[in-house]
Design a protein around this ligand. Structure first.
Ligand code: FAD
Length: 472
């Protein structure tokens, strides 16, 4: 089996397949020389405990039936000349089965005026990638000295991670695996007030606990009078918001944050002295038809407000994209939801017209499976990604054991050549650039010792050339 992507979805599916089909051979293709996807490049540096799943991934990779094929992008053309690329049809020729688990590497846009023309507006995905050392985002260099007000448009845990990075004490961050280039920018930051939208209880609590950071009281009309009638999680969240940060007055602390709910971004406004730079954001004020049901209809009230915005972070979600070769392979991609169409158990499906040509049904694309954010859409934590990957792993094992069709002719012992076959096809020159698991371990060891010298867990390499130079 070939797995495309080395994030939690790829690893947890591999683990399930290996436990159910011990003779299976798995080759995991990863675009970067380093594994673990968003566990390395997404999870906030001040949440090191979340990254403990890497120990489990290490165990999976130590199986003699597992091969890491790092620095290989599936389905893309190589622009840098440094990494290796493999086309999807090539994988289809050499494997019985392919698991697509390459996550969501793009971001959604707001589609409002000024978004792509004014400076000072960043996507939260790029900002997160920048502080976490994702090579594609290493050169973002966000300007945090433009002024004191930051606006985060969007909701969810990513927005709250970004807010925490902007507000957290720099000496606390120094002990984490945040990159040095991010630390030096954040140390110079002038941002004092962060405006954000919705969140979950854990992260809201964390923000409330940051030293020398106050919470601006929430609009009381958004909180029900009778908290007892609410579901438990909502009730706890409302209590946290009402309590705020005891003893911290926004007028006295050096930094503060607020929740500015029920706002819909209308457009960005430029600075009068610098017409290419963002100065503020105008929002339509909205209301929910039922204020305490988040799924209820949103209506504009006719009012608008302007929030000062020296820097804007757009956090409206990640987005998956189809790989070149999907159409030829019969793989259907749902552009609206940003997922590979599947039967819910991870079997990739395509639409077919049935015999009377008037109705359509879905049919499995033999041997093709998906997992993780690419299967469900870009939401969910590592634990839910794991459960979902187990479901896909079970479907693969069940299909194999029941004699369903796969990519090659299904035999009890497959004749597929896997990575050896692909290697022959792409040629030695490209294959030489592949990073093995042992080579990743060399990069890992050096990152840890660079970190140790600075009193932190690790100092990541932030570009592919530096990672590969370790192996020379
Ligand atoms: P990913 O982790 O994105 O892995 C996909 C992998 O595929 C990547 O390594 C990528 O490089 C590779 N790839 C992409 N394209 C190709 C290609 N063409 N060829 C080969 N390889 C390719 N969860 C928690 O439990 N706790 C947290 O604190 C937490 N914080 C988060 C913070 C942020 C900012 C984000 C975005 C997510 C966070 N999550 C957190 C969620 C968690 O990271 C995801 O649930 C999980 O990583 C999704 O796994 P995945 O394998 O589907 O995708």
């Amino acid at each position: 089996m070939a797995i495309v992507g080395s994030g939690p979805a790829g690893f947890y599916t591999a683990s399930r397949v290996l436990s159910k089909l011990p003779q299976a051979k798995i080759d995991m293709y990863e675009a970067l020389p380093v594994p673990f996807g968003l566990v390395r490049h997404g999870v906030a540096p001040d949440h090191p405990e979340v990254k403990n799943c890497q120990d489990r991934f290490d165990e999976i990779a130590s199986s003699p039936n597992f091969t890491f094929v790092g620095n290989v992008t599936v389905g893309d053309s190589d622009q840098s000349g440094r990494h290796c690329t493999v086309e999807l049809p090539s994988l289809m020729r050499h494997y019985d089965s392919i698991l697509l688990a390459y996550g969501a590497a793009e971001d959604k846009k707001l589609g409002i005026f000024g978004e792509s023309t004014l400076t000072g507006i960043y996507s939260a995905r790029e900002f997160v990638g920048w502080y976490n050392g994702l090579p594609d985002c290493a050169n973002l260099h966000p300007d945090l000295t433009r002024g004191e007000d930051a606006v985060i448009i969007g909701q969810g845990n990513v927005a709250l991670d970004v807010a925490r990075m902007l507000l957290e004490d720099i000496d606390t961050l120094r002990k984490t695996d945040i990159t040095e280039h991010a630390l030096s920018r954040l140390a110079e930051s002038r941002v004092k007030r962060v405006h954000i939208a919705a969140f979950t209880i854990k992260e809201a609590r964390e923000l409330m606990k940051l030293p020398d950071v106050a919470f601006h009281p929430v609009n009381r009309t958004l909180i029900p009078q009778d908290l007892k009638s609410l579901p438990r999680a909502s009730k706890r969240l409302m209590e946290v918001l009402l309590k705020g940060t005891p003893g911290a007055d926004p007028l006295e602390t050096s930094k503060s944050w607020s929740l500015d709910s029920c706002l819909s971004p209308k457009h960005f406004l430029a600075r009068s002295d610098s017409p290419n730079s963002v100065a503020s954001t105008e929002f339509d004020v909205t209301t929910l038809a039922d204020p305490f049901d988040p799924k209820s209809r949103v209506e504009k009230t006719g009012e608008a407000i302007i929030l000062p915005s020296d820097i804007v972070l757009r956090s409206v979600g990640y987005k998956s994209i189809p790989l070149p070769g999907f159409i030829e392979a019969g793989i259907q991609f749902d552009e609206m939801r940003g997922i590979v169409c599947n039967d819910g158990f991870g079997r990739v499906t395509r639409l077919v017209s049935d015999s009377d040509a008037s109705s359509r049904a879905s049919q499995q694309v033999p041997g093709l499976y998906c997992a993780g954010w690419l299967k469900r859409g870009p939401t969910g934590v590592i634990a839910s990604t794991m459960q979902d990957a187990f479901t896909t792993g079970d479907a693969i094992a069940q299909d194999w054991l029941s004699g369903a069709s796969f990519l090659g002719s299904h035999k009890e012992f497959s004749q597929a050549h896997g990575w050896e076959g692909v290697k022959e096809e792409i040629g030695l020159d490209q294959a030489r650039r592949v990073v093995t698991w042992d080579q990743w371990k060399m990069i890992d060891t050096l990152e840890r010792s660079r970190g140790e010298a600075r009193g932190k867990e690790r100092e990541k390499f932030t570009n592919v050339a530096d990672m590969l130079a370790v192996l020379d």
